[in-house]
Design a protein around this ligand. Structure first.
Ligand SMILES: Cc1cc2nc3c(=O)[nH]c(=O)nc-3n(C[C@H](O)[C@H](O)[C@H](O)COP(=O)(O)O)c2cc1C
Length: 196
C-alpha cells in the first residue's frame, strides 16, 4: 500500500469521517481542544505565519448571540452542539513573525508591511489551518460541522475586532442520530490532476 498511515487512522480522519449536523450531549472539554491544537499547530503556513485564531463559544449568552447571526438552516445545530468555535484570520499576524519565523525576522517589514497583502495571506493560511483543525477534531474521535453560512460582519462586530476576519463557525461534538448526509461524490483523480 502506498499510504503508510495506519488504515484505521485513514478511516477515522477521512473515509469514515463525515461533516456532522447533529450531536450527542457529551461535552467537549478544554483538554480535548488543547490536545487538538497541540497536534494541528504543526500544520504548515507561509513563513510559519499561523494567522488562525479561535474563539470558543462556551457561555449560553454568547451562544445565543452567535445563533442570531447564523443562517436559518444553521441555527438549530449551532444552538445545540456541545461546543462551537469561531475561526478567524488575524490580519495583524505579522507582529508575531519575528518570533515565529526566526530564520528571516525581516519578513515582517519586507513582505507584510501592507495591510491588503496581510489580509490575502491571512485568509489563505488561516483557511489551511482551519482544515488542519477539522482533521484534528476527527483525530480526537469527534466530528466537526464547519459552516460559512452566517453574517460575517455581524459575527466580527459581536465577537471580534477590525483586525480579525471571521472564516467559519465550527460545531464540535460526538455525532448524534442521523448526524450526516449520505456521502456526496468526489471528483476522480483524472478530473483533478494534470501532469505537465
Ligand atoms: C468551509 C465549509 C463551509 C460549510 N458551510 C456549511 C453551512 O453553512 N451549512 C451546512 O449545513 N454545511 C456547511 N458545510 C458542510 C459541507 O456541505 C460538507 O462538509 C460537505 O458536503 C461534505 O460532507 P461530508 O463530510 O459528509 O462528506 C460547510 C463545509 C465547509 C468545509
Amino acid at each position: 500500500m502506498p499510504l503508510v498511515l495506519d488504515p484505521t487512522a485513514q478511516d477515522l480522519l477521512f473515509r469514515e469521517a463525515h461533516t456532522a449536523n447533529a450531536f450527542t450531549d457529551e461535552p467537549v472539554t478544554d483538554e480535548q481542544v488543547q490536545a487538538i491544537y497541540d497536534l494541528v499547530k504543526y500544520g504548515p503556513t507561509a513563513f510559519n505565519q499561523t494567522p488562525l485564531r479561535i474563539t470558543l463559544v462556551r457561555s449560553p449568552q454568547a451562544r445565543e448571540r452567535l445563533v442570531g447571526h447564523m443562517a436559518e438552516g444553521n441555527q438549530a445545530k449551532t444552538a445545540t452542539a456541545p461546543l462551537v468555535a469561531i475561526l478567524s484570520a488575524d490580519n495583524e499576524f505579522h507582529e508575531e513573525l519575528p518570533t515565529l519565523f526566526p530564520a528571516f525576522p525581516q519578513a515582517k517589514d519586507a513582505f507584510f508591511a501592507e495591510r491588503p497583502v496581510r489580509e490575502g495571506s491571512a485568509a489563505l493560511n488561516a483557511a489551511l489551518q482551519a482544515a488542519y483543525f477539522i482533521v484534528g477534531v476527527r483525530a480526537a474521535g469527534l466530528a466537526a460541522g464547519p459552516m460559512t453560512g452566517f453574517d460575517a460582519e455581524g459575527v466580527r462586530k459581536e465577537f471580534l475586532d477590525d483586525d480579525h476576519t471571521p472564516l467559519m463557525v465550527v460545531n464540535i461534538g460526538k455525532p448524534g442520530e442521523n448526524a450526516s448526509y449520505p456521502r456526496s461524490p468526489r471528483l476522480e483523480f483524472e478530473q483533478v490532476f494534470t501532469t505537465v
